[in-house]
Ligand binder design. Structure first.
Ligand SMILES: N[C@@H](CCC(=O)N[C@@H](CS)C(=O)NCC(=O)O)C(=O)O
Length: 213
């Protein structure tokens, strides 16, 4: 096994998997993708729990290290490859600050999508989570007023992490047209070389990705 080659474990329906996957695609880096079938519960089987104790995707393996939690994976990739890390030390910290906020707040967008798409819940549950999801998207929309990216003057892991978890918002009935700055920001991301949406980017089977020269 080539220890220097990145291996990413993920699933094509998972926004958490999309985040590092998008990072790698935008960076044009070679890596190996290993699919974890969430429908069949592979994420809870001992072989995968040995990689990710939380029984969730994603997980990343590189140079003998195992890194889990999508935002920690983004942080790791930015530190080791230098892509999308932030131009200054302040920007690097601010990008990580956004990732921490994202985990508390944009997760509500993922919940609304999950309950709409995969698991029917009592309407009261949706009534609780939908305003939280809308508030999170609204916060990002206001933060993007008059600026192209969340941090500094270029794309960082803050943009990849926040966008990556809200990417399936339409599946939760959250129409991006309601948030014009978020819409414009998503278009900027989509214009980047290597960009793809999750269902086009994340394979359903194991796959080797070559470097985009
Ligand atoms: N905080 C985790 C969340 C990961 C997560 O929720 N993964 C979901 C898919 S998006 C998963 O593996 N679900 C299957 C399960 O929990 O059994 C991260 O950011 O990596």
């Amino acid at each position: 096994m080539n220890d220097d080659r990145i291996t990413l474990y993920g699933s094509f329906t998972s926004s958490s998997s999309y985040k590092p996957m998008l990072y790698l695609a935008l960076s044009g880096m070679p890596f190996s993708f290993r699919t974890v079938n969430l429908k069949n519960g592979v994420q809870k089987q001992p072989e995968y729990l040995a990689i990710n104790r939380y029984g969730q995707v994603p997980a990343l393996r590189h140079r003998g290290l195992t890194i889990v939690q999508s935002n920690v994976v983004l942080d790791y990739l930015a530190r080791t490859t230098g892509h999308f890390a932030g131009a200054t030390e302040q920007e690097q910290w601010t990008a990580r600050e956004w990732l921490s906020w994202e985990a508390d707040n944009i997760t509500n967008v993922a919940k609304v999508r999950h309950y709409s798409r995969f698991r029917a819940v009592d309407p009261a549950v949706m009534d609780y989570f939908r305003p939280l999801a809308e508030a999170a998207i609204g916060f990002v929309d206001r933060a993007l007023e008059g600026r192209a990216w969340l941090v500094g003057s270029g794309p960082t892991i803050a943009d990849i992490g926040c966008w990556g978890r809200m990417v399936f918002m339409a599946e939760g009935g959250l129409d991006i047209q309601r948030w014009p700055n978020v819409l414009a920001w998503s278009e900027r991301l989509k214009a980047m070389p290597g960009f793809a949406l999750p269902y086009d980017l994340i394979p359903k089977k194991d796959q080797e990705f070559v470097s985009r020269a």
